[in-house]
Design a protein around this ligand. Sequence first.
Ligand SMILES: *Cc1c(COP(=O)(O)O)cnc(C)c1O
Length: 444
Amino acid sequence: MSTPPGSGPGKANAALGKAVPHIDLDGHDLPPSPAPSSPRNGRKYALATELVYTDSKDQYGASSIPIYQSATFKQSSAGGGSEYDYTRSGNPTRTHLERHLAKIMNAGRALVVGSGMGALDVITRILRPGDEVITGDDLYGGTNRLLTYMATNQGIIVHHVDTTNPEMVQKVISPKTAMVLLETPTNPLIKIVDIPSISKIAHEVNEKALVVVDNTMLSPMLCNPLDLGADIVYESGTKYLSGHHDIMAGVIAVNDPAIGDKMYFTINSTGCGLSPNDAFLLMRGIKTLAIRMEKQQANAQAIAEFLESRGFCVRYPGLKSHPQYDLHWSMARGAGAVLSFETGDFALSERIVEAARLWGISVSFGCVNSLISMPCQMSHASIDARTRKERHMPEDIIRLCVGIEDVGDLIDDLSRALVQAGAVTVTMDGFHAKVQAQSLASTA
Ligand SMILES: *Cc1c(COP(=O)(O)O)cnc(C)c1O
């Protein structure tokens, strides 16, 4: 894989045809489709099982993949000939993780790099000057920053539209559209994007347009965008996949082998593949994804209901009041564990965030610990204030990223912070938000 992958599908298929006769199920140089780990009677294992079940041909039968902390690998002859030669190009620990991810993401191939933004960098390197990208108006701050850089320095034309309305995408899509980049739910506004409809529109107008989905908010536990029509899915492995905020990682998954080859070419050329040690840690994190996500979601649901019952305007797709509740559940198997709410007052929100004890003030999400933040000041601060205003981002919005703690403790701590900050009116029968929630339907 040291030559650039062909750009036409013909070339890629020829390469695939050549590779197929000697498929090595544990290898890394051929279409690394996941080794099926289904029981022999043909029944498929559930995702919770696949997450923990791995097969490897380790010489000692190690039940956890060893860390191959080696930059180079000895070759069997002067002409090379060994499966691995140099860790920038391939490493057994990384390969094992990639194959495991391809399996749980329902993908033909998965690739892992040093961070979620690194994954988007690899994906967007297939764009050329003059290419157009259509994307949302409530994007992850880092994504917004990278796209702005490309628009300023690399001649890429970026259209930010309200992707929660497929008609808005339809209006700007053209033969020049090379990529449609989607995130759902968006964050912090928790708006839902219709992946199947937009994929259909995009491919109808321009069959070469690539639909790329950032699936970080839901993880493969709750959503498989490739099954909904996307061409490329990527995730920040830093979040739910690893689950402990102790590593940075990014994952790219595709079905088309030609696209997979292009992604691999860039990773090998630029040297951004995930290190063996981090690949090991990510692999360990993934094994507990199901149990973490179940607990985090259950906690998030209880907290969303608590805040809503006290009169706050809460954004969470687990609430029936979410204006796009049905759309979300048509694509996903759960509501995730990130929610946001408004207080109507910036200073008040600041006081709530600072009064919380159990909830750590931190960017990011997907960790076992619960976190609280003001996205406009923190994770989304790279989007300038004027743009935030244009995109209707309430400056007072508080984001909660719910962890696996005892839900009673989390609600207690939040209640105390709300009272201490003066966000609620305390009465004989409990307390209620001072600012009455407006219907989300008008803002969505
Ligand atoms: C965190 C995040 C990213 C970037 O991932 P890193 O691993 O921090 O580089 C991209 N998209 C979303 C939705 C994220 O939350």
